[in-house]
Design a protein around this ligand. Structure first.
Ligand SMILES: *Cc1c(COP(=O)(O)O)cnc(C)c1O
Length: 368
């Protein structure tokens, strides 16, 4: 048997009629940019989260940058960022002209309140909170320390659509939250798309202008804006994806529960779950036990037809693009450990029980 890391086609096939109806509706409408479909999705997504405002944008990275600029963050400011995240979280900070200050994460891969506190300077304006792999961060402590130091909280929910922390959805804690709808994400379009959500009208209005050349009224430009609009066709597809969000989360949770219960191999360390949260398992990470190399385990899986990935092999502070910030190996230990050790097991909508069972069997048979 072969088990791919992810098979997007399965998700397409499951809702084929709905995707096709949505695509055709837009193609036939003659309206392709900033029309009814984007407005409708923005309203539905805001309602789903229980927030006041949602602004559809071109992708997740733009959502993060526009959110930061919407809060007024730019050159001279510092923004605290977990070192263990997808690079986009940090790039968004850099794009505004602000400086990312990298800190370590806890055993659940989320930014640590105590690390935030240690990194605060008089220039710190905000904290990027990434609910990595679909598991909510320690929001009570993070909100407390952020309020204490008067920092904005920006949630990067690019992997955590539908995840709950103490009964509240991720994306409803910070001053602003950002979503990516890249096709593999828990709510995915059939192309690039993203969104910024907030309860603050002034922030929403600035983001709305920034996504469309800094303009509110045609040919009047108040801000130095961008072109980062959500396409009508993606907004139509996203109404379909949003409708089936629970189904997808339940399915990934079911596979995760099988992995957690049935993988029994002391050479592999399974992820810990934060109490009081509902994880949506965008990624299911495992780690080699001491004495075992990641490469050895990945090669073994591959030799048995199970395709794994790594999220992410280089922690942000050691990426080439941040060499000017002069971080060194050893500066951010747990993030460095994760980068050196993490292995993501196959996990996707439409994965069969048989496929999950095969992954478990292969895992349990290591080493042979
Ligand atoms: C995917 C992702 C992004 C960027 O989203 P794009 O839509 O690909 O630009 C940002 N942050 C995290 C944590 C992500 O996983």
């Amino acid at each position: 048997m072969e088990v791919e890391f992810s098979v997007l086609r399965r998700q397409y096939q499951r809702y084929e009629k709905e995707w096709e109806e949505a695509g055709l509706r837009v193609m036939r409408s003659g309206q392709y940019i900033l029309g009814e479909e984007v407005r409708k999705f923005e309203n539905e997504f805001a309602k789903y989260l229980g927030v006041r405002h949602c602004v559809g944008v071109g992708n997740g990275l733009d959502a993060l940058r526009l959110a930061l600029e919407g809060l007024g963050i730019g050159a001279g400011d510092e923004v605290i960022v977990p070192a263990n995240t997808f690079i986009a979280t940090a790039l968004a900070v850099s794009e505004t002209g602000a400086k990312p200050v990298f800190v370590d994460v806890d055993l659940y891969f989320g930014i640590c309140a105590s690390e935030i506190e240690r990194a605060v300077t008089k220039n710190t304006k905000a904290v990027m909170v990434v609910h990595l792999y679909g598991q909510p961060c320690d929001m009570d402590s993070i909100m407390e320390v952020s309020r204490k130091h008067n920092l904005y909280v920006v949630e990067d929910c690019a992997q955590s659509h539908g995840a709950y922390y103490r009964g509240c959805l991720t994306g409803t804690f910070g001053d602003v939250a950002c979503f990516s709808f890249y096709p593999t994400k828990p709510i995915g379009a059939l192309g690039d798309a993203g969104a910024v959500v907030t309860n603050q009208l002034d922030v929403a209005e600035r983001v709305r202008m920034l996504r469309n050349y800094g303009s509110q009224k045609k040919y009047q430009h108040e801000l130095l804006g961008y072109n980062s609009r959500m396409d009508e066709i993606q907004a139509a597809f996203l109404q379909v994806a949003l409708r089936h969000e629970r189904e997808g989360a339940n399915e990934r949770q079911k596979i995760a529960a099988m992995y957690l219960k049935e993988i029994k191999n002391d050479k592999m360390i399974l992820p810990q779950l934060r109490e009081g949260t509902e994880h949506v398992f965008h990624i299911f990470p495992i780690f080699p036990a001491q004495g075992f190399e990641r490469e050895e385990i990945c090669n073994y899986f591959k030799a048995h037809g199970v395709y794994t990935q790594i999220h992410y092999p280089i922690p942000c502070h050691l990426e080439e693009c941040y060499k000017d910030l002069s971080y060194h190996v050893g500066d951010i230990p747990y993030a460095e450990y994760c980068a050196a050790s993490e292995i993501s097991l196959p996990m996707y909508i439409g994965m069969t029980i048989e496929e999950a069972e095969y992954v478990i069997q292969v895992a349990n048979d290591f080493p042979r």
